[in-house]
Design a protein around this ligand. Structure first.
Ligand code: ADP
Ligand code: MG
Length: 690
């Protein structure tokens, strides 16, 4: 916190122990203050032996009545103790001669352990115990015993000792209170020092239920400040961008109007609103940092295209990056169609490109003849040298993290400043979570689907009824529609993955000999994948068997039936994304979730959510509840930080207040804001340069 005392300053910590502690993320003495116990044990009061309950972990005392060694398959040492109100058996499987000799009748013991129901009354197996002089009546711990997260070779006793030393230091040198008092008062939160003390050494009457669920005001106090620190750091990043230069993209309005007039559809009101947000951002001499959230099928691509038209009209390069080759290629194709009339030929860049093509692409990118570049994350790798990058579009942002976003942005820096940045995500996340994840971005939401879309009807069907489902595919295709058959991606093994997809393909080819069936999976070369997708798009293939490589973005409006195998193994948001591949045309679309029975509770709920709603925000909210935010936003690389104490699944509701507090601090006491960020994130923000 305010000091950087290394752990080795503590009594009993040498280099070896310091190294082990590092595994717990502990580097400085004050880090120990933020290593919160996972749970607590109550050793503050004795439980009478007559009042024991099975399952409880408790502290008891009694006099040894008898001790005997039994051989029942394995050696057992049984020690019976009594306290007048009842009896308890202590059972040891490993013990020394010395121990055996300790347990003489008449000796008093204090024990702590879990009570179980044994053959002859209650037992404790391998309890912690101590020989005591008499009945000690009352001389026990005066706070609950914290149980810290374990790391190899560091015992609980050691952690308790170290945290005690850190707490001692804190008592004499309390940390500065950085939250405004009106906030802590309003939220009923204690001071930082009080909260830390309480959580490490809770009094006997503490509400352990609350402590264990992480909802105690003391925990909320720490979580609040941590969320605030991260939020402030992202806001600073945002503020920094506002001071950077960018080329103001003011031209191109005529080109945009002409483009919109040529589209085979009319923009929705939501699309128009977002286009105008973007136009006003682009016309400023500072880099745009805007996130577009919109459910699958809401029409984000065309909005991105409009931004690109403006950029190109203003003479700068525009680059669009997608997370998978399939999606990038699809964008490349749509953009080629859209931009050809404007005399712009998009350049393609991907990791798997052949050398010659790649060299040509790189050349065009660096000499500026490439005005529009479409690709995968290959776009921000070594050797890509933009001539005059003015706009970066990142599609399906949930697959990329803050770091990748920053990398591409930094790549475009030139004498004129930073490129404008537009990020798009189809993973609608609850508002509170978006506040935490995307505080460095301005947000626009496309909250309207193009007209005429019908919600996808979803059913869950056990695998045993696969034959019926195959019949359904037959009749859908016979009536001129197209279908997807999705096999789960087996990430651990490309071979297994391939075999699973291959097996389904074989089964379907045999069952449906009259259909033209294609196969697309992760192991194919990108050209082959693209060929398969293209054939499906053109209707040459009626049924496409695919792994989840088609999860994001793929757009084939005539496909109106989707079968998802092993749906019970997939997450809610992933299933929603997959399902978003159908329901894009005018026909009523259906999604069949094939599952292997029996379903677990969570799997059952997931499938029920999908059956009940098509609304991405509802799906996201339920997903958050069922899974937690890390996975919802695409695991580690989301840009969502690893919090030490806060847990967004639990604490997301603090976000509105965090946001208000942050904005007030930024306005009135920037020093405090800086101190809060420094306390929790160290000198520099983990996002780079704040
Ligand atoms: P997503 O937001 O999931 O990326 P897309 O941009 O792929 O969605 O758009 C989905 C489909 O909707 C595409 O076929 C696109 O051409 C079409 N589309 C986009 N906007 C409209 C609109 N305003 N009216 C009708 N169709 C539209
Ligand atoms: Mg898309």
């Amino acid at each position: 916190m305010q000091s950087d005392l290394p752990l080795t300053e503590l009594k009993g910590v040498g280099p070896a122990l310091a190294k082990k502690l590092e595994k717990l993320g502990l580097h400085r003495v004050d880090d120990l203050l933020f290593l919160l116990p996972l749970r607590y044990e109550d050793r503050t009061q004795l439980v009478r032996l007559g009042a024991l309950e099975a399952g409880a972990r408790c502290l008891v005392t009694g006099e040894v009545l008898l001790a005997e060694t039994l051989f029942r398959g394995r050696r057992n040492l049984l020690v019976r103790i009594g306290d007048g109100s009842g009896q308890l058996t202590l059972r040891f499987f490993h013990f020394s001669r010395q121990q055996q000799a300790q347990f003489q009748p008449g000796v008093h013991l204090t024990c702590f352990g879990e009570v179980r129901r044994g053959k002859a009354g209650f037992e404790m197996i391998h309890p912690e115990y101590r020989v005591v002089r008499e009945e000690q009546g009352g001389a026990y711990d005066d706070s609950l015993t914290p149980i810290y997260p374990a790391t190899e070779g560091v015992q609980q006793g050691r952690l308790r000792n170290l945290t005690e030393q850190a707490l001692q230091r804190m008592r004499s040198l309390p940390p500065a209170e950085l939250l405004p008092t009106d906030v802590t008062r309003k939220l009923g939160m204690p001071s930082l020092a009080d909260a830390i003390l309480y959580l490490h050494r809770p009094p006997p009457d503490a509400d352990t239920q609350k402590l264990i669920s992480g909802t105690h005001p003391c925990q909320q106090r720490l979580a609040f400040e941590e969320l605030l620190a991260h939020y402030l750091s992202l806001r600073k990043l945002r503020a920094l961008a506002a001071t950077e230069d960018a080329v103001a993209l003011t031209d191109g309005n005529e080109e945009v109007s002409a483009f919109i007039a040529e589209l085979p559809f009319k923009l929705t009101r939501a699309q128009e609103r977002v286009v105008s947000d973007i136009s006003s951002d682009l016309s400023a001499p500072h880099p745009m940092m805007r996130l577009i959230q919109g459910d699958v099928g809401s029409g984000k691509t065309v909005v991105a295209a409009i931004a690109c038209i403006k950029a190109i009209a203003c003479g700068v390069q525009a680059a669009i990056m997608a997370p998978t080759e399939i999606l990038a290629e699809q964008h490349w194709r749509s953009f080629s169609d859209w931009f050809r009339p404007l005399g712009v030929e998009p350049v393609w860049l991907s990791g798997s490109q052949r050398t010659v093509a790649r060299r040509e692409a790189l050349q065009a990118i660096s000499d500026g003849s490439a005005q529009l570049i479409v690709g995968t994350h290959a776009l921000f790798q070594e050797g890509v040298d933009f001539h005059r990058l003015g706009l970066v579009v990142i599609d399906e942002q949930h697959r990329f993290g803050v770091h990748q976003r920053m990398a591409l942005r930094d790549k475009g820096i030139n004498a004129e400043g930073h490129p404008h940045q537009l990020v798009m995500t189809a993973t609608p996340i609850p508002r509170t979570l978006a506040m935490a994840a995307y505080a460095d971005l301005d947000t626009s939401i496309i909250d309207e689907l193009p007209p005429g879309r019908q919600p996808v009807t979803t059913v869950a069907v056990p695998e045993t009824r696969r034959a019926e489902v195959v019949e359904r595919v037959r009749s859908a295709c016979a009536s001129g529609q197209q279908a997807y058959w999705v096999c789960p991606l087996i990430e651990e093994s490309e071979v297994l993955d391939y075999q699973a997809a291959q097996a389904s393909y074989g089964m379907l080819s045999k069952a449906l000999p009259e259909l033209r069936i294609g196969l697309v999976h992760g192991r194919m070369r990108p050209v082959e994948k693209e060929r398969g997708m293209q054939a499906f798009k053109e209707g040459l293939i009626q049924l496409l068997v695919a792994t989840t490589v088609i999860e994001v973005g793929v757009d084939v409006p005539n496909a109106s039936l989707m079968i998802i195998e092993n749906a019970e193994r997939m997450g809610l948001s992933q299933l929603h994304q997959l399902r978003g591949r159908v329901g894009r045309g005018a026909a009523q679309s259906h999604c069949v979730l094939l599952y292997k029975a029996p379903l677990g509770r969570i799997a059952k709920e997931r499938l029920a959510v999908l059956r009940d709603t098509n609304d991405g925000f509802v799906v996201a909210q339920r997903d958050l509840e069922l899974r937690g935010p890390g996975e919802l936003l695409g695991t580690k690389q989301t840009g969502l930080p690893d919090y030490r104490i806060a847990n967004l699944a639990r604490d997301a509701e603090l976000m509105p207040q965090v946001q208000m507090t942050a904005e007030a601090l930024r306005k009135d006491s920037d020093d405090r804001a800086t101190a809060i960020v420094r306390r929790w994130l160290g000198g520099a923000s983990r996002y780079g340069k704040v």
